[in-house]
Structures are given as C-alpha cells and as structure tokens.
Design a protein around this ligand. Structure first.
Ligand code: GLN
Length: 317
C-alpha cells in the first residue's frame, strides 16, 4: 500500500509540474542579462522545472537537461561549504546575514557599511566568502569549490569556458568590489585572485535537474538524496537557508518570502532554486529576468508549485 501511495504522490507532482510549465510557457516578460555579453545570446524560450524530493525521486518537465551557467546560485552552496569549514560565528561576523536593500553588484552597499559585505548572496559577500574556501592557492580553492558543488549535484560539474571568458572580460565592477573589500581589509589575500575563483564558480554548468538535486541536499539536512552522500551538516543547511531567506533574491527577497514563503536563490542566467526544508527543492530555469535580476518565469513556476503543494513555511494550515 505504501508503494501505491508513494507513486500516486509522484504522479501528482508530475502533474503539477506540467501544469506550471503549461501555464507560464507563453509569458514573455523580462529581459536577458546583457552585462555579461554571452548571456545576452541565450534562447529566451528555454523553460525547465524540476523537483527533487528528499526521498530521492526527481521529477522534471521542459528543458531540464539544458546546461547553463549557475551564476549567483553558486553563492548559496559555496557559503554552505565555508560555514561547514569555519563555523557559523566566524562566517557570520565576517560576511553577515542582513539584506543590503541594494542590487547584487552594488559598490555603494560596501561603502555604506564600512566595507562589510552584509550578506553572502550579493557579489561583495560572495567574493569574500569564496576567499574563505580552504586551499593555499587559487587553483586549490577552485578545485575545492568545484568538488563541493559537484557533491551537492551528485555529478562532476564542469566549467563553461565561453562563459568564464566572457565574464572575465567584462567583470570590472566585480574587480572594483574585490579591491574595495581589500581596502577595508575584508579580504586577506589578492582580491583579483578571489574574484577569479568567484568568476569560475559562476561559470559552472548545471541543469534545472541539477539545481533541484543540489537544493534538495540542503532540504535533506546536507545529505544528497540521490547519491546518499553527506555533503555538509544539518546545522549548516539551517544557517545557509536562513541567510538565503534574507537575501537570496537580493532586494526582492522580502517580497518573495511574503508571497511564496520558502527560501530561494537566483542567478542572472535565469535559474532559481527554492528549498522546502525537510521536503525537497524546485529548480527552475528561464533566461528573461526582472529588474532585480531574477528569472520571471522561474519565479512564477515556483510560486505556483509552492502554493499548490502547500510549501509556505509561514502557513499554519
Ligand atoms: N557572475 C555574475 C556577477 O558576478 C553573477 C550575478 C548573478 O547571478 N546575480 O555579476
């Protein structure tokens, strides 16, 4: 009987995913991110939704095997790895957990806060967080980032060389942010080396399917539900998701939490992953973005599913 109840639930999830995909596939609001030249060439019609359950099943609809660069979504997983390594208080003191109220690449936010990056989900905080990844050289840090994110995904993730090249040629602002952090002594080593590892982590290729599994690892107390491998501790997941709730969608994080009620992290290539602790995660992908840099269709799809599945953390019934 358990088996049939389980498969019924699985059918229901498949149905809801199809419904969300169908409902929003014609939406054509939003713009591609052009400030990283290669992202401006993305196919705006790609649309994928995947859901990974903590029980290990993964459901998908649409272009779920299409690879795209993870961009800012990497920030959430790198943060988890750094908290695992250094402990919550050290990282909290150095990086913070409060929303800046400003765009993700704001230089002003750093200036206004005496060089403190405020949170790990904006570029300043992410560059400072990446610097805390273990490894005496940048090459070693990069290796650890890639291995860590691959463990979250349950497969070997690879660098998109074209995205890395395009972003490296156009990331003057991130270099400025890195140097500003250094001027305030918020970064210990070479700021441009930290920015380079950060740029590589943004250029890792993933699919919506990967995002769902990576998010479900955080929902599952740090154990990848597909591979069974422990990646980080349960306390680290709790702390990471709290930080993601305050700032995962940048200056729109409050609106998101108010409307949808689960922590989510977005990236400028059009991915969003939303995590329902103890239950699972939804990974969605569609390149056109709103003004804050969050995928329009991915937000709609996740919102629909969160309501249909009763995932809002603040709802008592
Ligand atoms: N690599 C991008 C940047 O640094 C990531 C930004 C994002 O996804 N919001 O600007």
């Amino acid at each position: 009987q358990q088996v049939s109840t389980g498969s019924l639930a699985h059918q229901k999830i498949d149905e809801l995913l199809r419904e969300a995909h169908e409902r929003y596939s014609d939406v054509d609001d939003g713009l591609l991110a052009h400030y990283i030249p290669i992202l401006g060439h993305a196919d705006p019609d790609l649309f994928a939704i995947a859901m990974s359950h903590v029980g290990g099943s993964v459901h998908e609809v649409g272009d779920c095997q299409h690879e795209f660069s993870i961009q800012s979504i990497a920030k959430m997983f790198v943060y988890a790895l750094v908290v695992q390594e250094h402990g919550r208080e050290v990282v909290r003191e150095r990086i913070g957990v409060n929303n800046t109220g400003m765009p993700f690449n704001s230089v002003m936010a750093v200036e206004l806060n005496n060089g403190h990056p405020m949170n790990p989900m904006v570029n300043a905080g992410a560059i400072a967080t990446t610097e805390m990844i273990p490894g005496r050289t940048s090459a070693k840090k990069w290796e650890n980032v890639r291995a860590g994110l691959s463990a979250f995904a349950g497969r070997q993730l690879t660098l998109d060389d074209d995205v890395y090249a395009s972003e490296s040629e156009s990331n003057e602002r991130n270099k400025a942010v890195g140097r500003l952090l250094k001027s305030y002594r918020r970064i210990e080593g070479d700021p441009l080396a930290a920015v380079d590892v950060y740029t590589r982590q943004c250029s890792l290729n993933v699919t919506a399917y990967d995002l769902a599994v990576m998010g479900a690892t955080l929902a599952d107390g740090g154990v990848n539900p597909v591979t069974g491998q422990r990646v980080v501790d349960a306390d680290v997941c709790r702390d990471t998701l709290a930080a993601v709730a305050t700032s995962g969608l940048y200056e729109h994080s409050g609106d998101w939490l108010f409307e949808i009620g689960i922590p989510a992290k977005s990236g400028v290539s059009g991915g969003i992953v939303a995590i329902a602790p103890g239950k699972g995660a939804i990974g969605a992908f569609s390149p056109p973005l709103d003004i804050a840099g969050n995928s329009v269709k991915a937000q709609l799809a996740i919102g629909h599913l969160s309501r249909a599945m009763g995932l809002n953390l603040f709802a008592s019934a």
